[in-house]
Design a protein around this ligand. Structure first.
Ligand SMILES: C[C@](O)(CO)[C@H](O)COP(=O)(O)OP(=O)(O)OC[C@H]1O[C@@H](n2ccc(N)nc2=O)[C@H](O)[C@@H]1O
Ligand SMILES: Nc1ncnc2c1ncn2[C@@H]1O[C@H](COP(=O)(O)OP(=O)(O)OP(=O)(O)O)[C@@H](O)[C@H]1O
Length: 292
């Protein structure tokens, strides 16, 4: 068997794009451009979309199959690949195959994570040599959550999601319930009655149990399905909203407890069971393949 060249590795294989949960989310102010200043904790979890990249000799960026309801030119993976090409003046192309497993508009960050996987992997496969810092800057233009997925660790985030500090989180398993509604992030952030003046806290305060989500009240008021999901999960522990929803979750210290609750809910709900990860599976795979 001929040895595969490093430059050939990574094409035609599946690359994970993991989901996140916001374990807490505080809104502590608003910038002049309307974006909100947050304090939030990102927990990467082991639910993933998977992306496969094949070379496109004509230099175009295209999808093998567009996601239903998302125009190809709006897809965050296409936009991320085009941004990279523009940044580096790169002439090559790519065909992206998205295996979409993560619910969209659920607060699990699937679109942002897909974009991050494109930026990280194509930077390598196209030999662009763009720094991680610059990839994060490019990613932020696509969505507030993209930089965290480029960094690939559990993170304490401030600003609009660009001031990132890696943190240690305890081993945890989660049951995630997806109500049958889509929450519009922009609508929640523009609500008049949204709390925007929470006091800034420290990581130690979060570790001592400060884990409110300032979007919860407004989301519950506007989406009865989210309120009902919080009530339903609340029977098994402290139920919380991730991001602006719609997904809600409850945390467990051991897998069996999570499994028991998952089993009770699975027959009549869209429900997921997930393990918290300290390192993104994307970064693990990058390390294994390229020794970096
Ligand atoms: C709420 C979080 O999920 C927390 O992880 C994210 O901050 C939201 O990230 P996202 O879905 O990628 O959101 P974006 O696409 O960046 O923003 C959607 C809209 O939400 C509002 N928005 C978003 C993030 C933020 N810090 N302040 C805002 O006011 C803006 O009106 C923006 O147009
Ligand atoms: N590759 C993609 N995957 C998912 N959504 C995409 C993608 N490209 C564009 N989008 C658009 O982005 C919207 C938000 O998708 P996403 O799944 O990231 O939401 P989310 O989980 O609520 O994210 P967040 O927690 O960052 O708010 C979708 O409704 C869709 O219109």
């Amino acid at each position: 068997m001929t040895e595969q060249k490093d430059s050939e590795l990574g094409w035609g294989i599946r690359w994970p794009a993991p989901a996140k949960l916001n374990l807490m989310l505080r809104i502590i102010g608003r910038r002049e451009d309307g974006y909100h200043l947050l304090q939030t904790v990102f927990q990467i979890i082991d639910l993933t979309d998977n992306l496969t990249f094949c070379k496109a000799e004509d230099g175009c960026v295209r999808l093998k199959n567009a996601i239903p309801g998302v125009r190809e030119e709006d897809d965050l993976t296409v936009r991320a690949a085009l941004l990279l090409k523009q940044e580096a003046g790169y002439q090559g192309g790519v065909c992206i195959d998205i295996e979409k497993n993560l619910p969209m508009g659920g607060g699990l960050g699937g679109g942002s994570s897909d974009a991050a996987t494109v930026l990280v992997v194509l930077n390598r496969l196209w030999h662009l040599g763009i720094s991680e810092q610059r990839l994060m800057e490019l990613g932020l233009a696509l969505g507030a959550d993209v930089p965290v997925f480029i960094k690939g660790t559990s993170t304490w985030a401030e600003g609009v999601g660009e001031k990132l500090t890696t943190i240690d989180l305890p081993n945890a398993w989660f049951v995630v319930l997806k109500p049958q509604c889509h929450v519009d992030t922009g609508k929640i952030f523009s609500a008049n009655d949204l709390t925007r003046d929470s006091k800034s806290i420290k990581i130690a305060d979060f570790n001592s149990g400060e884990n409110q989500n300032d979007c919860s009240t407004v989301v519950k008021e506007r989406y009865i399905e989210v309120e009902q999901a919080l009530d339903k999960l609340g029977e098994y522990g402290q139920a919380r909203l991730t991001g602006t929803g719609a997904c809600v979750f409850v945390q467990f210290g051991d897998q069996q407890s999570a499994r028991d609750v998952y089993t009770k809910l699975a027959s009549s709900n869209e429900v997921y069971i997930a393990q918290g990860l300290a390192i993104s599976p994307l970064h693990k795979q990058m390390c294994e393949l390229f020794n970096i």
